[in-house]
Design a protein around this ligand. Structure first.
Ligand SMILES: Nc1ncnc2c1ncn2[C@@H]1O[C@H](COP(=O)(O)OP(=O)(O)O)[C@@H](O)[C@H]1O
Ligand SMILES: [Mg+2]
Length: 190
């Protein structure tokens, strides 16, 4: 079974293939409303209204070198397996948004997995991208943005190994804290 972070990477690659320079990845976990949702929003070339219904079709791809495109259909299957919801929206002249919603506690819901790995893969990819990551866990928020980090780094490139090692730890720690602190709070109040 694929982790959700692998689906997120797949969907984000579609954005890069569509020429996106801005990418926003959002993860929202609400254990009270029983929701785990993620969204990938881009400013790429977009999808025509005509093509929107087709992109969940495994035989639809606009790539020249292949005849099947499985990124979206595989995500759709993962969503449907849990009775969740997948929404793909073309934002005219703005890009595309893909949102997947899962019941948080569903037994077939894949774990989020290595989201840090997904973010690092996007940051170190061939195509430079301004990446925003927002992770909400119940009432806690973590927000990360490559543009802000670059301003802090000044002349040091984001892809410097030392920076990437630091970034890996920074993301891992903050995402883990999101859960830890909320769980402690829940423990205190109930
Ligand atoms: N974010 C996006 N922006 C523009 N087009 C997209 C986007 N996501 C998907 N598509 C379109 O949907 C098609 C199918 O996507 P996918 O299922 O991931 O297969 P593949 O990427 O292998 O073609 C892509 O070829 C592309 O035409
Ligand atoms: Mg794809």
């Amino acid at each position: 079974m694929e982790d959700l972070s692998q689906h997120i990477l797949d969907i984000a690659f579609n954005s890069l293939e569509a020429g996106a320079t801005d990418l926003t990845i959002t993860v929202r976990e609400d254990t009270v409303a029983n929701i785990l949702a993620f969204g990938v929003l881009d400013n790429g070339r977009g999808i025509t209204q005509n093509d929107i219904p087709k992109i969940t079709d495994p035989f639809f791809t606009t790539k020249k070198h292949k005849r099947v495109g499985l990124g979206v259909p595989l995500l759709q299957e993962a969503v449907q397996r849990c009775g969740g919801n997948l929404e793909i929206k073309a934002l005219p002249r703005k890009g595309t948004s893909v949102t997947a919603v899962f019941p948080h506690d569903h037994l077939d819901r894949a774990p989020l997995g290595d989201i840090t790995g997904t973010l690092i893969a996007l940051i170190t990819g061939r195509q430079p991208v301004n990446l925003t990551y927002r992770h909400k866990y119940n009432n806690r928020n973590f927000l990360f943005n490559t543009r802000k980090l670059c301003i802090h780094l000044g002349a040091i490139p984001l892809q410097t190994p030392e920076v990437l090692v630091w970034l890996q730890n920074y993301l891992d720690e903050n995402i883990a804290n999101l859960r830890r602190e909320t769980n402690e709070e829940l423990g205190r109040t109930g």
